[in-house]
Write a protein that binds this ligand. Structure first.
Ligand code: UDP
Length: 326
């Protein structure tokens, strides 16, 4: 069964393609290669196209007749969204709207969407579960929330069935190092720390040490990318089994501060990580930790690899063999 994977050349999408192929599906990667890598498309056909170009989406449907969609393609940098919100609204919202309209026009009505905990915003002393009010702090979170709403509307009018995953922080890499995380520029904490470990950057700037947290740095809930994509295969099966539309947080419920992540990287790699203290980064929430077990209870999702040492170990293995570098 063909599954259209937008963003299949990106970090999470490429891992999802591997998981789909392992589960017996054929992933059709649709990607504009703006932040993804042609070399990451290893598990099925590749269609180069852009979601802001409706005709290129139609060509993918006509050529491959997908039965469902996993929609990862999006811009996802908070710093960029803070300086260029129009880019986020145009790319993430208009691109998704084109995809949703193409899907319903082609009667492809099972849709798995990558959303984010950034849709919750910064809510002190609130347990972040799927019923929490969404109050995004930045255009990235707002664009994802808008797509959730569009999906809902097309559910009502066109019978579109959707599983929405709100990710916390995705980390690690394929334990077999066939695919991994590689962004240019890199903005994510763990790959930046590993660049510092490897000596390809001088050190890590900690963005703010005056937050009201245990050590003054921001807290995030990190999920191993392999566990995260396993949830997507379960979400796809959920839809194909006719279980209907549902929202799931994907996090472990454990929060790690920036300093704790850096300390863990020092221990796992047994190397130094020089740090400097910088200003807060605009748009950052203080603490984002999932307060929900819904994915475990209902999807029978069982994260196996989402411990901090395991995520860093797998990311570090990949970092040393990454084959996407020009
Ligand atoms: N961070 C940092 N230095 C860096 C990159 C990130 O201190 O060079 C912090 C960032 O402010 C946030 C956490 O690490 O508190 C995770 O950031 P990342 O960009 O990895 O993910 P996000 O939470 O923005 O999705």
């Amino acid at each position: 069964m063909n599954i259209l994977v937008t963003g299949g050349a990106g970090y999470i999408g490429s891992h999802a393609c591997k998981a789909l192929a392992k589960a017996g599906f054929t992933p059709i990667t649709f990607d504009n290669l703006s932040t993804g890598w042609r070399d990451a498309v290893k598990f099925g056909p590749f269609v180069e196209g852009d979601l802001t170009d409706r005709a290129s989406i139609d060509r993918a449907f006509e050529a491959h007749d997908p039965k469902a969609i996993l929609h990862f393609a999006a811009l996802s940098r908070v710093d960029e969204a803070m300086s260029n919100p129009g880019l986020y609204w145009r790319n993430n919202v208009l691109g998704s709207l084109n995809l949703i309209e193409a899907a319903t026009d082609h009667n492809c009505l099972d849709f798995v969407f990558s959303s984010t905990c950034a849709t919750y915003g910064d809510q002190d002393n609130v347990v972040l579960d799927e019923t929490t009010a969404q109050m995004p702090l930045n255009a990235y979170g707002a664009s994802k929330q808008a797509v959730e709403r569009i999906l809902h509307d097309f559910g009502v009018t066109h019978g579109l069935r959707r599983v929405i995953f709100r990710y916390f922080n995705v980390a690690g890499a394929d334990p077999e190092a066939e695919v991994g995380e590689f962004h240019r520029p890199e903005t994510h904490l763990i790959p930046i720390v590993l660049d510092a470990v490897a000596g390809v950057r001088d050190g890590v700037t900690i963005y703010g040490t005056d937050y009201p947290t245990k050590d003054g740095t921001c807290i995030r809930d990190y999920v191993h990318v392999s566990d995260l994509v396993d949830a997507h295969v379960l979400g796809l099966r959920w839809l194909l089994d006719g279980k209907g539309s549902r929202v799931f947080n994907l996090g472990t419920g454990s929060g790690f501060s920036v300093r704790e992540v850096i300390d863990s990287a020092r221990r796992v790699t047994n190397r130094d990580v020089p740090t400097t203290i910088g200003d807060r980064r605009a748009g950052d929430a203080i603490k984002l930790v999932s307060g929900s077990k819904r994915a475990e209870d209902e999807l029978q999702w069982q994260p196996q690899k989402s411990t901090m040492p395991q995520m860093i170990e797998d990311a570090w293995r990949w970092h040393q063999v990454a084959d996407y570098r020009e």
